[in-house]
Design a protein around this ligand. Structure first.
Ligand SMILES: *[C@@H]1O[C@H](CO)[C@@H](O)[C@H](O)[C@H]1NC(C)=O
Ligand SMILES: *[C@@H]1O[C@H](CO)[C@@H](O)[C@H](O)[C@H]1NC(C)=O
Ligand SMILES: *[C@@H]1O[C@H](CO)[C@@H](O)[C@H](O)[C@H]1NC(C)=O
Ligand SMILES: *[C@@H]1O[C@H](CO)[C@@H](O)[C@H](O)[C@H]1NC(C)=O
Ligand SMILES: *[C@@H]1O[C@H](CO)[C@@H](O)[C@H](O)[C@H]1NC(C)=O
Ligand SMILES: *[C@@H]1O[C@H](CO)[C@@H](O)[C@H](O)[C@H]1NC(C)=O
Ligand SMILES: *[C@@H]1O[C@H](CO)[C@@H](O)[C@H](O)[C@H]1NC(C)=O
Length: 808
């Protein structure tokens, strides 16, 4: 029994020995100078079978053969290192060998494709280690130092335990250079490296250009990778005279993990999930817009998920406020107050919390200096702009001092950033409470400007984020209209105070405001709820920006922020014509010369719109309320919300939606939706009669037969009693002939048939003519909408514009 058991044990031992000694030829992990690896499926397998080394190709390029290292246990071939990435072997005749003095060579027939250099070795051996490192060393050397190792020449991947960064002593820069594409391991444009200028920092390059800045190692993580967690992985960062390098290790060594720079420019940490047999990305960067390189410019701070995403550091203001509010932040911010460095006591520091540290290239780092000394040092040095702790682990240590502009700052919303102490002049520091108010102001500015930024982003990215806003950049560019920001307008109108309210238009209230550059202005604020008004708003902005006439109200700019849409006009101190004309006291101020000049002015602006401007424009809503009076009582037409441009030949058109003001609408316009410049002529005719009579077209007149001024005027005209209609407020001090001819023009303008109405050029001419030269008017068209089952008519507010919709 005992003997047989012993024999059995011996046999077992022998078997095990045999298994290790005479394993299949592919199962070796070393290569001696007499051996080589051919491109026929031969591979080296690391001792624990984690990694394999051999020739590989990408499926799409079978003739480009490379020596590489991949995970042996993972069926999805995942290459972590490539030897000859710049120069593939062009067929199956490549072989890897080790020379007698210890040089690794990839050759095709006798042509050397790739070789590495190391010190000459007496008895070299190449070995694939189980951590993925391919090393060459003396065969009898069991230390962990190698004559050559692939870990010193990473491709695009770092593995746990592998050093990333610099060996200063050996002049090795271990960086991660992405593949050109999934199928091509040749060096792509993205490189992740440790930049040694100032406090060493992680930078992802796209060719010559920075693509993302990971920031300095702050003792816990890279300042720009807040999501680096300590639960799964641990990190080592070494800075000394020999090396500056970083490495990571896994707390659970059975996890398969790697960090890669992808050909698309993403640095990612992936782990293998056996259950689903695929790689899972557990961390990646850059992550958001704030991870761009200094998106907010010098002294700007990027706030992800905020609108606008950029803000100036407290104590700073935008260098170019116009561009800044148009979301062009590149120019960054400038100090409100210059530093007082000569005095050494006039400056102080403002703490910016939760920050990604600014670009390090202009920094100096002192690893053992205390923060207090750091502050003192910064104050002493005229060019010092900020300081921070160099190592925030275990209470903080070390000192980073910047002597350049602070760029590429961002903020983290959880406690993952660190404090940055920004130097400011004393006057910009203020008492603690004013810092709070500063913060409040900043937040307010965020809220207020958020919408403009959304708007601007819509332009920039051609991506609609706000359903209200669909004016595209081209339109605005065409308009060449200055854009005002909401905060400015709010301030100008005393936060849209009731005291500043000038009136209520069809689309919303109008406020008086004061702008430093423009003086007094009128701000037309489109109601947020009025989605219908947006078209009118756009229309008006687009149209009026293109027009210039002394009898048209001048549009100074607009403000479009989120739901807010405002037009800013020159302020017309005397308000609208209707406020004079239909007010028993104020109409006394309208003598005949004034009324006549108003009629002439309006006729000229209409002529301009209809014929003389570059466009053929129908105003659509000529009425007393849309005629504004300047300080000299000169009229200017406003409210182009409904105006339309027509091609030169297209003098009339049909539209499904009819807008206009009851009482001024021409019959064809009200009934048949067929409108033309003659519709404006009709409205103008009504207006002339209103100006002369001081009465509204809509109203009840002496004779109940006539529902409106037109009917009343026509009957008085026929009876030769038309002078009875002239506004008695003018007394009798008016030239009768001029008034009569004016009335006659008005009646001609309100002819029922559009074709019978004069054009504006005729009107302008006739207004200067003798009454006897004018044609005889016929019965005017009345605005009495037929009760048609086909249509619905909405009257909003008595005096306001109305909208009529098809009732289908
Ligand atoms: C290598 O040798 C093989 C046969 O010996 C030949 O077919 C092949 O063309 C050679 N390759 C090169 C690149 O010369
Ligand atoms: C190794 O030997 C080759 C010739 O076989 C030679 O070209 C090379 O320079 C040697 N390398 C070293 C490091 O001496
Ligand atoms: C390894 O062997 C070489 C000679 O073959 C010898 O010079 C060297 O000292 C040995 N190294 C160690 C660590 O044994
Ligand atoms: C990456 O490393 C290689 C090899 O050391 C070096 O030539 C290259 O300049 C490095 N690139 C960057 C961006 O550091
Ligand atoms: C940061 O400080 C901690 C605690 O003092 C220390 O262990 C670590 O080595 C420091 N890191 C660096 C990069 O100096
Ligand atoms: C220092 O500050 C004082 C007042 O704060 C001022 O009068 C003086 O000019 C400053 N000196 C320099 C060199 O800036
Ligand atoms: C300020 O600091 C920078 C960076 O450390 C240094 O180069 C410069 O000499 C210092 N200037 C003074 C006046 O100390």
């Amino acid at each position: 029994m005992e003997v047989s058991a012993l024999i059995f044990l011996l046999l077992l031992l022998l078997l095990l020995l045999a298994a290790t000694l005479f394993a299949p030829s592919s199962a070796h992990d070393t290569m001696a100078p007499t051996q080589h690896l051919a491109d026929d499926g031969e591979i080296l397998i690391s001792f624990g079978s984690n990694f394999a080394l051999g020739f590989f190709c990408r499926p799409n390029k079978p003739n480009n053969r490379y020596i590489g290292i991949w995970y042996h246990k993972i069926k999805v071939q995942t290459v972590v290192w490539v030897a000859n990435r710049r120069r593939p072997v062009a067929g199956r005749f490549g072989r890897l060998s080790l020379t007698a003095n210890g040089t690794l060579v990839i050759a095709e027939n006798s042509t050397v494709i790739w070789s590495m250099s190391s010190t000459a070795l007496a008895n070299p051996i190449a070995r694939l280690l189980d951590n993925g490192n391919f090393v060459v060393d003396e065969a009898n050397d069991s230390s962990n130092e190698f004559a050559w190792e692939s870990f010193d020449f990473p491709t695009d991947t770092i593995l746990p335990g592998m050093k990333f960064g610099w060996s200063l002593a050996r002049g090795i820069n271990r960086n991660l250079t992405a593949w050109s594409s999934n199928d091509d391991p040749s060096p792509g444009k993205f490189v992740t490296s440790l930049d040694l200028r100032g406090d060493p920092q992680l930078i992802l390059w796209a060719g010559e250009r920075q693509h993302w800045r990971g920031g300095p190692w702050n003792g816990l993580r890279f300042s720009g990778i807040p999501q680096m967690k300590l639960d799964m992985t641990g990190y080592n960062f070494v800075v000394d005279s020999d090396e500056v390098c970083w490495s990571y290790y896994l707390r659970n060594p059975s996890v398969i993990s790697r960090v890669t720079t992808t050909h698309a420019g993403v640095v990612q940490h992936v782990v293998w999930v056996e259950a689903v047999k695929s790689w899972k990305v557990v961390g990646f960067t850059p992550r958001d817009e704030c991870d761009g390189v200094s998106p907010c410019g010098p002294y700007g701070v990027c706030y992800p998920n905020r609108e606008p995403m950029c803000a100036c550091t407290p104590g700073f203001r935008p260098r170019n406020s116009e561009n800044w509010y148009l979301s062009d932040w590149a120019e960054g911010c400038v100090r409100n107050t210059a530093l007082d460095c000569g005095n050494r006591s006039g400056d102080g520091f403002m703490t910016q919390s939760s920050m990604k540290l600014p670009d390090m290239s202009g920094s100096t780092v002192y690893w053992s200096m205390s923060l207090q000394r750091c502050r003192a040092l910064c104050l002493k040095n005229c060019s010092c702009t900020a300081y921070a702790s160099a190592n925030i682990s275990e209470g903080g240590s070390g000192c980073i001092m910047w002597t350049t502009e602070l760029t590429d700052m961002r903020w983290y919303d959880s406690d993952l950033g660190q404090d940055l102490y920004v130097r400011l002049a004393a006057s910009d520091l203020g008492a603690p409470h004013s810092q709070w108010s500063l913060i409040v102001v900043i937040i307010l500015v965020f809220l207020e400007t958020s919408i403009v930024v959304v708007f601007c982003k819509v332009w920039r990215r051609k991506k609609k984020r706000n359903p209200y806003i669909n004016i595209d950049k081209q339109e605005i560019t065409d308009m060449a209209l200055p854009l005002y920001d909401l905060a400015t307008i709010r301030h100008a109108t005393d936060n849209f105070s009731l005291d500043n309210k000038l009136g209520q238009g069809g689309f919303g209230p109008v406020y008086k405001g004061y702008l430093r550059e423009e003086g007094e202005v009128a701000v037309k604020r489109l109601s947020e709820t009025s989605s219908q008004g947006l078209d009118e708003f756009k229309n008006e902005a687009l149209l009026i920006a293109k027009l210039q006439h002394r009898n048209l109200v001048r549009l100074l700019g607009c403000c479009i922020q989120g739901g807010e849409r405002m037009l800013i006009y020159e302020y017309m101190p005397n308000g609208s014509l209707d406020s004079f004309l239909f007010d028993e006291m104020k109409k006394l101020l309208l003598d005949w010369p004034t009324r006549y000049s108003i009629v002439i002015g309006i006729s000229r602006s209409l002529l301009y719109l209809h014929q003389d401007s570059r466009f053929r424009i129908i105003h659509w809503d000529i009425k007393a309320g849309n005629v504004l009076l300047d300080k000299d009582m000169k009229p200017k037409i406003s409210d182009f919300g409904m105006a339309r441009i027509f091609g030169g030949e297209e003098a009339h058109a049909n539209t499904r939606r009819v807008v206009g003001t009851y009482g001024y609408m021409s019959p064809e316009y009200a009934m048949d939706e067929n409108f033309s410049v003659k519709s404006d002529v009709f409205s103008f005719g009504v207006l002339i009669l209103e100006i002369i009579t001081g009465r509204k077209n809509r109203g009840v007149y002496e004779c109940a037969l006539h529902v409106n001024l037109l009917g009343h005027a026509w009957s008085l005209w026929e009876e030769g009693r038309i002078l009875e209609l002239v506004d008695i407020s003018m007394g009798h001090s008016f030239p009768v002939a001029e008034v009569l001819s004016c009335i006659k023009v008005g009646l001609l303008c309100v002819h029922e048939q559009a074709i019978d109405r004069p054009t504006m050029s005729s009107v302008v001419r006739m207004l200067g003519d003798e009454i006897t030269l004018l044609p005889e008017p016929t019965r005017p068209g009345f605005v009495a909408p037929r009760n048609s089952s086909r249509r619905r008519i909405h009257f909003s507010v008595n005096n306001m514009s109305m909208t009529k919709l098809e009732g289908r």
